[in-house]
Write a protein that binds this ligand. Structure first.
Ligand code: ZN
Ligand code: ZN
Length: 167
């Protein structure tokens, strides 16, 4: 995190605080007057044919309140949120990686199944390899044993699948 970033962040916070302090009271006043007008119009003067400006004011007022609260909460809680994030992030990241890894394996498994292929597990390290792999992509050992008859057998096989000779 560079100094420039911090300075810009502080500047952004000041802007957010300013927006928040303007938008929030303005929103409250606007929504309040809109609601007040709505009550006055429908209850005290039910026959009064006025415009529906109050609907717009209520809507805009609530929007401003929302914007104001968002800006202020970000400006003031940014520090807290960042602290919490840095505390939680490593754990979260690990969990995410774990989940992604697990999902990745499952997806590749599924992918191979869809393609009608089966994964060949390396007999030495157990790593999953493509069925057409000759060498293990993890430990580098040969996954095929060629019999004298020319048939390729999976490494670790004791007998040739074609002629039955001991490998
Ligand atoms: Zn291997
Ligand atoms: Zn053979």
């Amino acid at each position: 995190m560079g100094k420039k970033y911090i300075q810009e962040n502080e500047k952004a916070k000041r802007v957010l605080k300013t927006i928040g302090f303007i938008a929030l009271p303005l929103g409250v006043i606007l929504a309040g007057s809109g609601i007040f007008d709505a009550f006055r119009r429908f209850e005290a003067f039910p026959h009064h044919q006025g415009g529906f400006g109050f609907v717009f004011r209520i809507f805009l007022g609530f929007a401003l309140v929302f914007v104001g609260i968002s800006c202020l909460s970000y400006a003031y809680m940014g520090k807290v949120a960042r602290y919490t994030a840095s505390e939680i992030a490593p754990v979260k990241k690990d969990t995410a990686n774990y989940l992604i890894d697990g999902t990745k394996d499952e997806i590749s498994d599924l992918f191979h199944k869809i393609k009608g292929q089966t994964i060949v597990n390396c007999p030495y390290c157990g790593d999953e390899n493509d069925p057409d792999a000759i060498y293990c992509d993890y430990c580098g050992r040969k996954l095929r044993v060629t019999c004298d008859c020319g048939t390729e057998n999976q490494a670790g096989s004791r007998y040739c699948k074609k002629c039955g000779k001991t490998l």
